[in-house]
Structures are given as structure tokens and as C-alpha cells.
Design a protein around this ligand. Sequence first.
Ligand code: GLN
Length: 451
Amino acid sequence: AHLDRIAAVDGDVHAFLHINTEGALATAREVDEARAAGEDLPPLAGVPIAIKDILVTQGMPTTAGSRILEGWEPPYDATVTRKVREARMPILGKTNMDEFAMGSSTEHSGFGPTRNPWDLDRIPGGSGGGSAASIAAWEAPLAIGSDTGGSIRQPASVTGTVGVKPTYGGVSRYGAIALASSLDQLGPCARTVEDAAMLHEVMGGHDPMDATSLNEPVPGCVDAARQGRESDLSGVRVGVIKELSGDGYQAGVEQRFEEGLDKLRALGAEVVEVSCPSFEYALAAYYLILPSEASSNLAKFDSVRFGMRVEKGNIERTMGATRAEGFGDEVKRRIILGTYALSAGYYDAYYGSAQKVRTLIQRDFAAAFEKADVLVSPTTPTTPFKLGERIDDPLAMYLNDVATIPANLAGIPGMSLPSGTAPEDGLPAGFQILAPAHEDARLYRIGAALE
Ligand code: GLN
């Protein structure tokens, strides 16, 4: 049914870069046979899934949204890909994304944008717009995303779906093409909080192949979601982040957010205001740290090891020509920013200062979590904007992530779930919940209560 749906609507939505028809059907058939034979199967066996094209998948192309990797087939599976296969979930295909996960609209994909199923003239968010759109368009019930500054939560917000960024290190990054290694985290995209919880438990857990992987048990997300549905929140303190409202936030987005707060109060939660004064500098710090790490991570695309090669006689010219042709404008912009920020003479002023801001943001969170068990804000300041509207204005594009970036800088978990549609345009808005590191289960409890 999902493959039929993809065939019917993906010409318009363009959520997928690759559709794995034969492979998905083969897994589905194996699961059917196993079930008929009375075999014990994992909980999500037979439930189809879409995978963001940032994860390497053996036997399927992987491009990370870049022309430079067009046609490349990875020789191995990412840890999360392997876990999905072990969970016996049919893989529907690979979803579209901004090139190397740089963007908030999928318009920076090397293969054309994804469109928002709510309104095909609008963006589905980014970088994981393909994963979120595949769920919103009913092409897939579950998908995998990656979140470096909001790429799971922001697309969830603008497509009316659920997206979770786990605690940094909670899900293995082995085989996820790196954007900024100290910020990147893989996580679930789903239609409901409990669906996301089930996928989170499939994805999570310690992995010796990832040096930053947490050596602790997977959080009890599903139990927490079920507990949340019982909906008594007495004793829970919810902190509203003062800095993430007001100027730049659309009236209808704030209205739906306030209604969410009312619901939490009605369920017994105590709602308090908290202040995170350093958030003012989060976006600036992020756009120094991310390009710095990205410029280093992307050095491996050198025309020798992977994908595209534009032959130009000698190796230096070949590398230059390949990168000139293979990378899009946004990727080049960030490589230039990153190499500049890291260069001798500027390192302390830019990269060093940004790292100090990062520490201040972590301290803001620590102080706020003294006053509240979870923190909340609108996920994005506005409902989805029109395709093309911000493509020539990188700063306006970056501003979409003001509310999501702080969590990545601090390594804490965050969820976006639908808060309803804004009355002025009828388009989806998102409610963000943040919890202290290792406390991912809290997101599911509060999220399920709010749903
Ligand atoms: N939109 C942000 C950026 O462009 C976030 C990207 C992400 O989370 N991968 O960097």
C-alpha cells in the first residue's frame, strides 16, 4: 500500500531520491512467511520505513543530497541501517535532503526540492524535508532523520508530524555521513509520539563503532509514552523559555503554543517562565562551529575516494574541478566560512569565541533545568514559507532554526509535535519539548500527554 501511495503522489511531493521497491517487498514477504510459521518477531517487523539519504545503505545508492556522490553505492550498512534490517522493517527507500544536511527547506538538495504535502508551493522544512514529507503524505509510517541544528524537529513542525532528536550519543552515528560531528544526532520521524518511541528504541543503544556513543541502556521511550497517555502531570514543572517568543514569531504559532501550555496546566503541570540569556548568541555560535567542523568533514570528497571525478590532467586541478562541479552553493559557502573561522589568526576570535558561547548555553540550560523538568517553546517561529522565498537570503533561512539550535549545542534531547494549524493560514505549527541529557523518556511522557 505504501509503495502504491509513493507511486501515486511522489511525482508531486518528491520525498524520495531512491525507491527500494524489490527490497521492501522481499522483506515484507519474508516477514509474512515468518509470521505464518509462528516465528517470534520484533515489534516493528513488517512496518515499512523511509531512511534519510545521509545514512549509508549497502545495495542502495547514498548521496546525502549531493551530486558529488551521485551513483555511489556504499559497501557497508550504517549501524542504524543494520538495526532497521534486524528489526525486519521493509526499507521503502532513501529520502531527499538538503545537500549534506545544510539547510532548512530541502531547496539545497542537488536533486530538486521536496514539496510540503499540505501545500505543494511550500517548503517541507530541512534538511530532512524528505523524511517528514514522506510521513505527512502517507508514503511511509516511519522515517529516520538526522538533526544537527533542527533537521528532524523543524521539518516535523512544518509538516504536522512528530520528530525527535535524542541525547547526543544516544544513537550511533556510525555510517551517517558527517555534517558537524559534535552536533549530529540521528532520530525518529513519525505520525504519533508512541510511534516515534517505538522507532527510537530500535535505533538507540551503545555502539563500539562510534567513539561518542553512550554506554548506557536505551531510554524507556515506549513505556513513557504510554504513561503520558494516562495524562496526569501533577508534580511536573514545565519551563517556558522566555527568549524563544515575541519578535519574529507568527501570531498563530504563538497562539497554538499557548493552547498547548493551557492543556499541560489542565493536566496538572506547573508552568513557569525561565530565562536563557545566552540564546541570543546561539545562532551565531552555531554558524561558526558547524561550518568549521563541516569544512573538515567534507575534505574527504576529493575525487579519489568517492563518487564524482572531473578529470583535469593533474590531481590538484582534478580535485578542484570535481569539488567546484560537485558541491552546491550552500556547501561552498559553509566550507569557505569554516576554513576562514579555523585559519591561523582568526581561530581564537571566531571558533574559540563560539566554543565559549556553547559553554554559556549549556550553563543556561543547566540553570533552567533546576527550575523545570522540561523546557518548551514553539519549534519554529513560523509555519512553512513558500519555495524560493528565502533561497537568496541565507540569513533569513538560518533564522528558522533559532529555537532548535540550542539543544544541539548542549547535546540535550528534543521533540517537536504538532500543536495544530495556525488560524491565519491553516498551516501546521509545532510544539517543542526539551529535556536534560539522558532524560529522553520525559519527552515521550509529556509529548504523549499533550497529543
Ligand atoms: N538548518 C540547519 C542548518 O542548515 C540545521 C541542519 C541540520 O540539522 N542538519 O545547518
